[in-house]
Design a protein around this ligand. Structure first.
Ligand code: UD1
Ligand code: CA
Length: 465
């Protein structure tokens, strides 16, 4: 349906409550599922309807909630949490649209889909009523408002106020509504606080509208979406469903996930096709993995970008870049600012920080490399360590193309090892080593030409033989 035929949709997300049952110092909607705050799932579903605007009612920890809200939303402050009816009243103060649909979404239903919201609005429009309530019959209705529909009037009774008979009703309110804008504006003027919590209930507006014009219900098709989050057990249940949805989407897009049960991929992660994710792997934040990679087992990558055909095994990445065809691990820690070039190799048992490793270079065993630039085709021997920190400041180490360090070499920064230079086993370099020289000892002294000097272009040498 086109915008032209229908008056606009204005969406309001209720996110001001504390969420007492979470037993948390953080507002409920800030709790994350698969890496994203709860409230942002509802917002994403709403966005698919292309609404005129998305107003988010914030209150509890308003400043923190504002910082995680997407830029296309408009936060409005509900100073005191006087109830869901009051929250919508506050939102309407800033909404000048006079006609159209007001879509109200509780911020604690992260599984609700855009499709369901679209169907709710569609039902509202075709029924031509003042209010439409999304309902479901979950196996356990405990804690939710019961919905009783009778001749165009929809009455919602909170559990704590329900009679025994009303409590037997299985149909519940999911906290999702489509209202006619003029009708809800009018109805909110007539809310009272005559209930067990002394709050202004949005649900009472539904009943008022039903009596004046007409209200209907719309039944949720997929009960999975009815998983609302009020406590942390429900948080885990909802997250599990989201986690499986994310994995299914990657698998359908051509990613092999060997063991979905032990694989955790956050909502924001991208993975190319024919990549294989092995058991026990976590891919989080802004991580992007290319095509034809093998990631895992037991690998945890946060905000890490991996090029096509790379392998990362039993390793941890934080804000790192792994070039195409590179090989990482096992048991390697890539810290922020690490950029591994194409076909490079780091690990086993290495830590690399704020370092560029050039194309085809190898840091194959038991090294710490921090604040360094390694050129192309270099090879660091087992146990090569950059001494980048003198206790007061960090200094950089530059290792040239084709350079070679023996086992257990210490590189005391600031330091430059020239192209093709060679450090003997156990040497401690505290002065620059010129290109093409062999240095040994402690501190390393230059003794003659590097044995690697003639081997720098091995393919040419081979043809000369
Ligand atoms: C509400 C409904 C109940 C429904 C349930 C579904 C009412 C009176 N009852 O109950 O029928 O089954 O949702 O989850 O509406 N909020 C504000 N400002 C407030 C109060 C709440 O923004 O002053 C927000 C909360 O942050 C939350 C949402 O509104 O996102 C629902 O509030 P909550 O207190 O959880 O409502 P319930 O008691 O669960
Ligand atoms: Ca409440």
């Amino acid at each position: 349906m086109s915008r032209g035929e229908n008056p606009p949709i204005v969406a309001v997300v209720l996110a001001a409550g504390k969420g007492t049952r979470m037993k948390s110092n953080r507002a409920k909607v800030l709790h994350t599922l698969c890496g994203a705050p709860m409230v942002n799932y509802a917002i994403e579903a709403i966005r698919s309807l292309n609404p005129e605007r998305i107003v988010v009612v914030v209150g509890h920890q308003a400043d923190e909630v504002r910082t995680i809200l997407p830029p296309d939303t408009e936060p409005v402050l509900q100073e005191e949490q006087l109830g869901t009816g009051d929250a919508v009243r506050v939102a309407l103060e800033g909404i000048e649209e006079e006609d159209g649909v007001l879509l109200v979404v509780n911020g604690d239903g992260p599984l609700i889909s855009g499709r369901t919201l679209g169907e709710l609005v569609e039902r509202h429009r075709t029924a031509d009523v003042g209010a439409t309530v999304l309902v479901a019959e979950p196996p356990d209705p405990t804690g939710l408002g019961r919905v009783i529909e009778d001749a165009g009037v929809v009455r919602i009774v909170e559990e704590r106020e329900a009679t025994d008979e009303e409590r037997e009703v299985r149909q519940v309110n999911l906290g999702l509504y489509a209202f006619g804008l003029p009708q809800v504006r009018e109805a909110l003027k007539h809310l009272g606080t005559n209930n067990s919590q002394g709050e202004l209930y949005l649900t009472d507006a539904v009943e008022i509208i039903g009596r004046r014009s007409r209200a209907v219900t719309y039944r949720l098709k997929d009960l999975e979406e009815a998983n609302l989050v009020n406590d942390r057990a429900q948080l885990a249940r909802a997250e599990e469903i989201l986690r499986r949805r994310i994995l299914d989407a990657h698998m359908r897009a051509g990613v092999t996930v060997r063991d979905p049960v032990s694989t955790h991929i956050e909502a924001s992660v991208e993975i190319g096709r024919d990549t294989v994710i092995l058991p026990g792997t976590f891919l989080r934040g802004e991580t992007k993995v290319g095509a034809d990679c093998i990631i895992g087992p037991s690998t945890d990558l946060l905000d890490t970008v991996v090029g096509d055909g790379a392998q990362v095994e039993h390793s941890v990445g934080r804000g790192a870049g792994v070039g195409a065809g590179a090989n990482v691990g096992p048991f390697t820690y890539l810290r922020p600012g690490t950029i591994l070039g194409t076909d490079s190799k780091v690990g086993a048992y290495c830590e690399v920080k704020n370092t560029t490793v050039g194309e085809g270079s190898k840091v194959p065993h038991l090294s710490y490399v921090g604040d360094a630039e390694i050129g192309a085709g270099a090879n660091l021997g087992a146990g090569t360590i950059t001494a980048n920190y003198d206790g007061a400041k960090k200094s950089r180490t530059r290792i040239g193309d084709g350079a070679f360090t023996g086992v257990n070499t210490s590189l005391i920064a600031p330091l430059t090892i020239g192209d093709g230079a060679y450090l003997g086993a156990g040497s401690v370099a505290n002065k620059d080593i010129p290109a093409g020289k062999l240095a040994v000892g402690m501190p390393a002294r230059v003794i003659r030409d590097s044995p690697g000097k003639d081997k720098r272009t091995p393919s040419q040498n081979e043809t000369e033989v």
